[in-house]
Design a protein around this ligand. Sequence first.
Ligand code: FEO
Length: 395
Amino acid sequence: MIHEIASDIYYVGINNRSKELFESLWPVPSGVSYNSYLILDEKVALVDACDLNMIQEYADQLENLLNGRPVDYLIINHMEPDHSGAIKMLRQMYPDMKIIGNLKTFGMLKGFYSIEDNLHQVADGDTLTLGKHTLRFILTPMLHWPETMMTYESTTETLFSGDAFGCFGALNGNPVDKNIDTTPYWDEMRRYYAAIVGKYGIPVQTALKKLKDIPLSRICSTHGPVWEEQLADAIAAYDRYSRYEGEDGVVIAYGSMYGNTGQLAEKIAEQLSRRGVKKIIIHNVSVSEPSQILSDIFRYKGLILGAPVYNNALFPKMESLLMDIRSRQIANRVYACFGSYVWTRNALNRLSEFGNEMKWKSATVHVCQECSCDLRSQDGCVQLASSFTDLLNGE
Ligand code: FEO
């Protein structure tokens, strides 16, 4: 898709609607866009590229727009191969093209593509004039790789932000928010954040502080819409996620081999509802897709986890969720847990210890049922919901 987004700045990104798993991990049922931008000035600069598997369509599109002009600079904000995969081919198409990146970019450029020549290394705050347009480079390490940086074009107040503010979902006909229905992209921004950026809350906060005083008319991420009208909402969302600030609501995520632990989840949800909790999301971890569970955990401040014992340890799908949560260092949650056992209780011990490990506010009551959901365990659900809602309401 080619679309002029600002004076002589063109969107030249590509949709991939056949990819099933982004990073071979995360489902993208609505596809994904690899956003790339071309600045036509006295010098021609390309900002970020695309995945190798989309190279032909991408190259044809560039050549059509350039009409015989070469690319003078390729700015690499991020080296992950969904954006850098096209670099070798671009070098063949435009042999004199200088590659702009920082010290860490170039280590990866050599490692991935054996490219070591015709490079221009930039540091935080360095500028590059193309003619009318001037670029400033803003280093934003660990957002979400060590080399990540952003590029700011000052005459149009355009920020090329790399993966930051990006989302899953291909673009349908137009890249700019004001020209499309952005409704589906907001959930996909949170899911993208939860899956890919979620571990890096502190680097995101550092980056947001760097951007605070920079006038912005648009944010051009490497995935999803160009944010203009809803630019402030995109920044606010990133601020919220990176502070691990949860909305009112509770996620109950459970594993259940034969439905007995699942019954506890339903009973607890019922009791939460009786105590006025309106937003309750229930995930069976054997069925729900992990990035969707993580996305909801990022969204809501209440979290209740439950699982049975399996092989004298925690149900494996729940153990996997714990690993996903821990690796993202999700903070500031109100927590409770429940579980089932037949001959050893250690699954619940594991879940209980996990709340302490994460330094969450934990309810004083957990439920641990033996074999099936009897009257005693149902009463436990009442007690758990009471203790949990007190904590949730700050009592
Ligand atoms: Fe879209 Fe981190 O690559």
